[in-house]
Design a protein. Sequence first.
Lengths: 502, 297
Amino acid sequence: AEIDRPAAPIQTILQIPVQLELQWDGSAKPSDQEQSGDWRDRLERAVNLALATDRDQLETSGKLDVALIARVLEDGKHADIDQPGHYRIQVTARRRGSMQATPSTESTRLRVLKLFVPSTEDGGPTLPSLEKAVAEHLMGEQRQLRASISQHASSSAARLREFNYHPTYSIVFSLMNEDSDALETSWDIKDALKAYVYPFLKDISAVSRFHVQSQVSYYSPLPIAPVAGDNGTYLTPNMLPHFVNLAEWNLASTDPVLPTIHFILFVPKPKSLPMRIGGQKGSEGPVNGFLVPQWGGVVIANPSVLSGGGRTKRRHHFGVKELRPVMQTFIAQLRLLLGVREVGSASDTLVFDRVTPSGISTLELDNLIRYRLTQNVNQAASTLVSLNKMVASLQSMVVQNHIRDLANLALERLDAVSEHLERGQLVEAFSSSVEASSLAERAFFDPNMVGMLYFPDEHKYAIYFPFLIPAAVPVISVVLHRLKEWKQARLGKNCRANPHPE
Amino acid sequence: MHAWGILLQLAALVAALSASCLAADNPKHEEKLREFFTKDGHTNNWAVLMCTSRFWFNYRHISNTLAMYRTVKRLGIPDSNIILMLADDMACNPRNKLPAAVYSHPDHDIDIYGENVEVDYRGYEVTVENFIRMMTGRVTPDTPRNKRLLTDDKSNIFFYLTGHGGEDFLKFQDAEEINSQDIADAFAQMRAKRRYNEILFMADTCQANTLYSRFKSPNVLSVGSSELGQNSYSYFHDPELGLTVVDRFTYVNLKYFEGVGMQSTKTFADLFSSYDTKVIRSNPRYDSRWFGRRLNE
């Protein structure tokens, strides 16, 4: 079977629509030298410049070749920036071959993200900082996307710790108690999850789905011994990789393929309390926890051992309120594990809106979708290329028709990704990219694609000749004999052609 | 064959403005984080330990593999990340005078079979096809999780193969053999699908150094127990069981790892320099041509 359509070029991917909303309050004003109309043009031009594909071309020919076009709008129409108000900078994808922006669709308009410009005493932000801020943000995104599909595996901290993309993950929340005899523990996990974790999972469900489970372990010994300090114990950095006792804690997953994210709330035995991470002075931040790359996160709880009356407690129950900082830490760790990039402040004067009740903002979610979309398309494309190379190199392998169908379907889905992007439909493009990637993987990892083992010609000779040659000996000798007889018969010298002696 | 028009080159959509990166973490924080991370790019470890010979008189191959399994578990790789393939069952073999136990030393001090062992491929499931399927990821959909090699591009994998072998091949179950070219092809496919970060390939068979002669994949470090034309020898003879219980090369490795804890900073160079040819009675050799790091890091 042959696959005969080239896949879409990846450069289309990065023409992803974005709409930024610029809002500032009363005291910010354009400076006196600039005319308001000029300001709008200058802002547009500056942002377009930042997004231009070829600066040199711009400088020589004066013509812009941009993949993204920026326009300043006010409630849908062009406006002059001369008074404080609500302005939008709309950055949309350019349809190939034209300088017109594609019309915005419903889904684009919904993805409006806010930039707050706080007022300052000396007149507020000036144009250069606004231009710079917006351009920096957009460029930072593009750089991240490019880095994500570069050929060399990046070993930056972010890339090392995040999970590879999967449409479904399994999350397990475990309460691990080192010594239940001394201190029994329990937790209100169901309510805590409902209050703190499920909103986040719901928001991020555009990217992946999650199966959530929880468990309590009553006897979870540590494989390492924490260092005794003045007040309790502490863990040094080189102990942390060995903290999770994978040998004895019940952390095995039962699903054959789903990647599992583990979150552990660890309660040390009362003798080791309070246990801190870092050094004598305690951990760096308010939370006592750490993240295990590509695995999950751990938070060490230090419940007070004394109850209200001063007696030693035998039982501690983690209520929903007490679990709040723990769940917040888990959400923060989950964000990092899923690849959510924190949206930084563009400059001192502009702040991106990122505080939301669920734990992820629209801009961050959009960035995550773009990032995973790029990765999926890249993976689908490289899988199909590897598939092609493998089929070409293993001549003896039989490739069945359903593999060709899967590969063609994957190519179709890749085309669908760029079509959706041209129309500004980010979420649909993302789901197409997920389908493309999984189809390509199914084609490549099909169980029928195991090639025949190495069987070179020398082996073929070595195996078949010792059988064929002895079997051929009588055949050849009879043929030669008959030839000789026939030759002699022709020359009439065959004196042995007598009838049988009586 | 049609050419694929995939442009993995990107058109530069971004002009060369020297904007500062929008790093969420400030630089000091990154530095603090960095001391928590490993030097190379791996986040998880896997081990594939395989014994390919069956029958009672090949007891030492099973005990080689089980002793390696114990070492690997002690040093922190969990069962979920170990694929243990044993071609025969020695602990419950009718000829075993000490049933339900496997020993790698005539003193019988440590029972390496023990109570906490998870064999993933056992008996007749250890075949060339299953091995290749497991390595390349082309298992049937009904394969359970413990039989799958679920590695990714940040996994370091330790391959340990033992059994009877010869020039460029390894014998499976006395019925079939795997060629060194097949193993090299499987590694190449794993590389194409980014299924490993680094591989340590160790083979304890006769003429083991030929097994890795065809490897061309990057980041693979191989070590074998004997050269072409040399045999690998067994070590202790156990008078109670009536056969030899461990191989020399494996024994030397196990002895070395007894002195290594989870938090040790020893390097490959230390390991390889501890090989004593007089004890091993053959010439082990390592091949680091394709390995990215230096051996003394």
